[in-house]
Design a protein around this ligand. Structure first.
Ligand SMILES: Nc1ncnc2c1ncn2[C@@H]1O[C@H](COP(=O)(O)OP(=O)(O)O)[C@@H](O)[C@H]1O
Ligand SMILES: [Mg+2]
Length: 242
Protein backbone atom coordinates (compact mmCIF):
# COMPACT_ATOMS: atom_id res chain seq x y z
CA UNK A 1 0.00 0.00 0.00
CA UNK A 2 1.23 3.47 -0.79
CA UNK A 3 2.00 5.00 2.64
CA UNK A 4 0.63 8.38 1.55
CA UNK A 5 -2.85 6.80 1.21
CA UNK A 6 -3.23 6.45 4.93
CA UNK A 7 -1.86 9.96 5.46
CA UNK A 8 -4.58 11.29 3.15
CA UNK A 9 -7.20 9.28 4.96
CA UNK A 10 -6.11 10.70 8.28
CA UNK A 11 -5.94 14.28 7.02
CA UNK A 12 -7.29 16.13 10.04
CA UNK A 13 -8.15 19.29 8.04
CA UNK A 14 -11.93 19.56 8.48
CA UNK A 15 -14.20 20.63 5.64
CA UNK A 16 -15.58 24.13 6.16
CA UNK A 17 -19.03 23.99 7.74
CA UNK A 18 -20.40 26.48 5.21
CA UNK A 19 -19.33 26.61 1.57
CA UNK A 20 -21.03 29.11 -0.75
CA UNK A 21 -19.91 29.50 -4.34
CA UNK A 22 -21.50 32.12 -6.56
CA UNK A 23 -24.49 31.97 -4.23
CA UNK A 24 -27.35 33.99 -5.68
CA UNK A 25 -30.97 34.62 -4.76
CA UNK A 26 -32.95 36.99 -6.92
CA UNK A 27 -36.66 37.69 -6.78
CA UNK A 28 -38.53 38.02 -10.08
CA UNK A 29 -40.26 41.40 -10.42
CA UNK A 30 -42.09 42.31 -13.61
CA UNK A 31 -39.66 41.91 -16.49
CA UNK A 32 -36.62 42.13 -14.22
CA UNK A 33 -35.51 40.89 -10.82
CA UNK A 34 -34.66 42.26 -7.39
CA UNK A 35 -31.30 41.05 -6.10
CA UNK A 36 -31.37 39.47 -2.65
CA UNK A 37 -27.76 38.31 -2.74
CA UNK A 38 -25.56 38.07 -5.78
CA UNK A 39 -22.61 35.73 -6.43
CA UNK A 40 -21.49 35.41 -2.80
CA UNK A 41 -18.39 33.26 -2.18
CA UNK A 42 -17.89 32.28 1.42
CA UNK A 43 -16.24 29.60 3.52
CA UNK A 44 -16.86 29.36 7.25
CA UNK A 45 -15.05 26.83 9.42
CA UNK A 46 -16.88 24.99 12.17
CA UNK A 47 -16.67 26.76 15.50
CA UNK A 48 -16.66 30.34 14.26
CA UNK A 49 -18.80 33.16 15.60
CA UNK A 50 -19.76 35.06 12.47
CA UNK A 51 -21.19 38.56 12.70
CA UNK A 52 -23.00 39.65 9.56
CA UNK A 53 -23.49 43.35 9.03
CA UNK A 54 -24.82 45.59 6.31
CA UNK A 55 -27.44 48.25 5.75
CA UNK A 56 -31.10 47.40 5.62
CA UNK A 57 -31.77 45.67 2.28
CA UNK A 58 -28.16 44.51 1.86
CA UNK A 59 -29.15 40.81 1.84
CA UNK A 60 -28.54 39.62 5.43
CA UNK A 61 -31.94 37.97 5.89
CA UNK A 62 -31.76 36.48 2.39
CA UNK A 63 -28.41 34.84 3.19
CA UNK A 64 -29.64 33.56 6.57
CA UNK A 65 -32.81 32.11 5.00
CA UNK A 66 -30.70 30.22 2.48
CA UNK A 67 -28.40 28.93 5.24
CA UNK A 68 -31.49 27.91 7.23
CA UNK A 69 -32.95 25.93 4.32
CA UNK A 70 -36.05 28.16 4.48
CA UNK A 71 -35.44 29.36 0.95
CA UNK A 72 -33.61 28.06 -2.12
CA UNK A 73 -30.88 29.74 -4.13
CA UNK A 74 -31.66 30.82 -7.70
CA UNK A 75 -28.00 30.36 -8.62
CA UNK A 76 -24.68 29.05 -7.37
CA UNK A 77 -23.95 26.42 -4.81
CA UNK A 78 -24.47 26.13 -1.07
CA UNK A 79 -23.20 23.26 1.07
CA UNK A 80 -23.72 23.28 4.85
CA UNK A 81 -22.39 20.50 7.09
CA UNK A 82 -22.06 18.31 4.02
CA UNK A 83 -25.66 18.93 2.88
CA UNK A 84 -26.01 20.39 -0.59
CA UNK A 85 -28.86 22.87 -0.31
CA UNK A 86 -28.88 24.12 -3.89
CA UNK A 87 -30.53 21.04 -5.32
CA UNK A 88 -32.22 19.66 -2.19
CA UNK A 89 -35.84 18.53 -2.35
CA UNK A 90 -38.52 19.55 0.13
CA UNK A 91 -38.21 16.45 2.33
CA UNK A 92 -34.43 16.82 2.59
CA UNK A 93 -34.75 20.52 3.42
CA UNK A 94 -37.28 19.79 6.17
CA UNK A 95 -34.94 17.24 7.72
CA UNK A 96 -32.02 19.65 7.33
CA UNK A 97 -33.94 22.43 9.09
CA UNK A 98 -34.79 20.13 12.00
CA UNK A 99 -31.45 18.44 12.44
CA UNK A 100 -28.70 20.80 11.34
CA UNK A 101 -29.80 24.36 12.10
CA UNK A 102 -31.38 26.28 14.95
CA UNK A 103 -32.86 29.66 14.12
CA UNK A 104 -33.53 32.73 16.25
CA UNK A 105 -35.59 35.60 14.83
CA UNK A 106 -36.10 39.26 15.69
CA UNK A 107 -39.79 38.63 16.38
CA UNK A 108 -39.17 35.47 18.48
CA UNK A 109 -41.74 33.40 16.49
CA UNK A 110 -42.99 31.49 19.52
CA UNK A 111 -46.35 29.75 19.28
CA UNK A 112 -48.74 31.84 21.40
CA UNK A 113 -50.94 28.97 22.60
CA UNK A 114 -48.04 26.84 23.87
CA UNK A 115 -46.20 27.48 27.12
CA UNK A 116 -42.44 27.96 27.39
CA UNK A 117 -41.65 24.28 27.92
CA UNK A 118 -43.94 23.18 25.05
CA UNK A 119 -42.45 25.76 22.68
CA UNK A 120 -38.95 24.50 23.45
CA UNK A 121 -39.85 20.80 23.09
CA UNK A 122 -41.83 21.19 19.87
CA UNK A 123 -39.01 20.91 17.27
CA UNK A 124 -37.74 17.73 18.94
CA UNK A 125 -41.20 16.19 19.10
CA UNK A 126 -41.72 17.06 15.42
CA UNK A 127 -38.45 15.22 14.78
CA UNK A 128 -40.10 12.24 16.54
CA UNK A 129 -37.67 12.11 19.43
CA UNK A 130 -38.89 10.39 22.62
CA UNK A 131 -40.74 12.76 24.95
CA UNK A 132 -38.97 12.11 28.25
CA UNK A 133 -35.35 12.83 27.20
CA UNK A 134 -36.59 15.82 25.21
CA UNK A 135 -38.31 17.23 28.29
CA UNK A 136 -35.18 16.70 30.40
CA UNK A 137 -33.01 18.42 27.81
CA UNK A 138 -35.49 21.32 27.60
CA UNK A 139 -35.43 21.69 31.40
CA UNK A 140 -31.63 21.73 31.36
CA UNK A 141 -31.56 24.42 28.68
CA UNK A 142 -34.21 26.51 30.42
CA UNK A 143 -32.26 26.23 33.65
CA UNK A 144 -29.16 27.56 31.93
CA UNK A 145 -31.21 30.39 30.40
CA UNK A 146 -32.72 31.38 33.77
CA UNK A 147 -36.26 30.40 32.78
CA UNK A 148 -36.86 27.48 35.12
CA UNK A 149 -39.59 29.42 36.94
CA UNK A 150 -41.42 30.35 33.71
CA UNK A 151 -42.02 26.84 32.30
CA UNK A 152 -45.80 27.09 32.20
CA UNK A 153 -46.14 30.69 31.13
CA UNK A 154 -47.26 31.53 27.59
CA UNK A 155 -45.29 33.98 25.44
CA UNK A 156 -47.79 36.78 26.22
CA UNK A 157 -46.81 36.49 29.89
CA UNK A 158 -43.09 36.96 29.18
CA UNK A 159 -40.86 39.98 28.62
CA UNK A 160 -39.07 40.38 25.28
CA UNK A 161 -35.82 39.14 26.80
CA UNK A 162 -37.54 36.06 28.23
CA UNK A 163 -39.21 35.34 24.87
CA UNK A 164 -35.87 35.52 23.09
CA UNK A 165 -34.21 33.26 25.66
CA UNK A 166 -37.08 30.78 25.13
CA UNK A 167 -36.42 30.99 21.39
CA UNK A 168 -32.72 30.27 22.01
CA UNK A 169 -33.63 27.15 24.00
CA UNK A 170 -35.95 26.07 21.18
CA UNK A 171 -33.15 26.62 18.66
CA UNK A 172 -30.88 24.32 20.69
CA UNK A 173 -33.25 21.45 21.48
CA UNK A 174 -32.20 19.37 18.45
CA UNK A 175 -28.46 19.97 19.02
CA UNK A 176 -27.85 21.82 15.76
CA UNK A 177 -24.37 22.28 14.32
CA UNK A 178 -25.29 25.78 13.19
CA UNK A 179 -27.18 28.51 15.03
CA UNK A 180 -28.54 31.33 12.88
CA UNK A 181 -29.83 34.54 14.44
CA UNK A 182 -31.49 37.27 12.37
CA UNK A 183 -31.45 40.59 14.25
CA UNK A 184 -32.01 38.75 17.56
CA UNK A 185 -31.70 41.98 19.56
CA UNK A 186 -33.90 44.08 17.24
CA UNK A 187 -36.90 44.04 19.59
CA UNK A 188 -34.96 44.17 22.86
CA UNK A 189 -33.70 46.96 25.09
CA UNK A 190 -29.92 47.26 25.31
CA UNK A 191 -29.62 45.27 28.56
CA UNK A 192 -31.55 42.30 27.15
CA UNK A 193 -29.79 42.68 23.81
CA UNK A 194 -26.48 42.34 25.63
CA UNK A 195 -27.72 39.22 27.45
CA UNK A 196 -28.81 37.57 24.19
CA UNK A 197 -25.55 38.33 22.40
CA UNK A 198 -23.54 37.09 25.41
CA UNK A 199 -25.56 33.85 25.43
CA UNK A 200 -24.91 33.28 21.72
CA UNK A 201 -21.21 33.90 22.28
CA UNK A 202 -21.14 31.58 25.29
CA UNK A 203 -22.75 28.86 23.18
CA UNK A 204 -20.09 29.37 20.60
CA UNK A 205 -17.16 29.33 23.02
CA UNK A 206 -18.38 26.61 25.37
CA UNK A 207 -19.69 24.07 22.91
CA UNK A 208 -17.74 25.11 19.82
CA UNK A 209 -21.00 25.56 17.99
CA UNK A 210 -20.97 27.71 14.88
CA UNK A 211 -23.09 30.85 15.20
CA UNK A 212 -24.03 33.33 12.48
CA UNK A 213 -25.66 36.53 13.75
CA UNK A 214 -27.02 39.27 11.51
CA UNK A 215 -27.24 42.45 13.50
CA UNK A 216 -27.21 46.22 13.22
CA UNK A 217 -25.96 46.47 16.75
CA UNK A 218 -22.33 46.85 17.75
CA UNK A 219 -22.86 44.59 20.76
CA UNK A 220 -21.46 41.52 19.00
CA UNK A 221 -18.44 43.18 17.39
CA UNK A 222 -15.94 42.25 20.10
CA UNK A 223 -17.18 38.67 20.30
CA UNK A 224 -17.01 37.89 16.57
CA UNK A 225 -14.31 35.59 15.24
CA UNK A 226 -15.33 36.40 11.64
CA UNK A 227 -16.86 39.68 10.44
CA UNK A 228 -18.75 39.86 7.16
CA UNK A 229 -20.25 42.98 5.62
CA UNK A 230 -22.84 42.80 2.86
CA UNK A 231 -23.50 45.67 0.51
CA UNK A 232 -26.20 45.48 -2.19
CA UNK A 233 -26.25 41.68 -1.93
CA UNK A 234 -22.50 41.16 -2.26
CA UNK A 235 -19.61 40.91 0.20
CA UNK A 236 -18.34 44.45 0.73
CA UNK A 237 -14.83 43.20 1.69
CA UNK A 238 -13.28 39.78 2.19
CA UNK A 239 -14.44 38.20 5.49
CA UNK A 240 -12.33 39.55 8.35
CA UNK A 241 -10.98 37.03 10.89
CA UNK A 242 -9.82 37.95 14.36
N1 LIG B 1 -39.59 37.96 -0.82
C1 LIG B 1 -38.99 38.97 -1.45
N2 LIG B 1 -39.48 39.44 -2.63
C2 LIG B 1 -38.87 40.46 -3.28
N3 LIG B 1 -37.74 41.05 -2.85
C3 LIG B 1 -37.23 40.65 -1.69
C4 LIG B 1 -37.80 39.58 -0.93
N4 LIG B 1 -37.05 39.39 0.19
C5 LIG B 1 -36.04 40.27 0.12
N5 LIG B 1 -36.14 41.03 -1.01
C6 LIG B 1 -35.22 42.08 -1.43
O1 LIG B 1 -33.90 41.56 -1.34
C7 LIG B 1 -33.02 42.58 -0.88
C8 LIG B 1 -32.30 42.08 0.38
O2 LIG B 1 -33.26 41.98 1.44
P1 LIG B 1 -32.93 41.37 2.87
O3 LIG B 1 -32.20 40.12 2.68
O4 LIG B 1 -34.21 41.33 3.63
O5 LIG B 1 -31.94 42.47 3.48
P2 LIG B 1 -31.52 42.78 5.01
O6 LIG B 1 -31.92 41.61 5.84
O7 LIG B 1 -30.06 43.03 4.95
O8 LIG B 1 -32.27 44.02 5.40
C9 LIG B 1 -33.86 43.83 -0.65
O9 LIG B 1 -33.77 44.64 -1.79
C10 LIG B 1 -35.25 43.27 -0.51
O10 LIG B 1 -36.22 44.20 -0.90
MG1 LIG C 1 -33.13 41.51 7.53
Amino acid sequence: MDPTDSIDMMDPTPQPLIIARGLTRSYPLGDGAVIGINAVNLMVAAGEMVVLKGNSGSGKSTLLSLLAGLDRPTGGELVVAGHSLSGAGGVDLTRYRREVVGMVFQSFNLLPTLDVLENVCLPALLAEKPAEPVRNKALELLDWLGLRNRLHHTPAQLSGGEMQRTAIARALINDPALILADEPTGNLDSRNGRIVIDLLSELNRRSGRTVVVATHSDLADDLATVRIRLQDGALADPPCHS
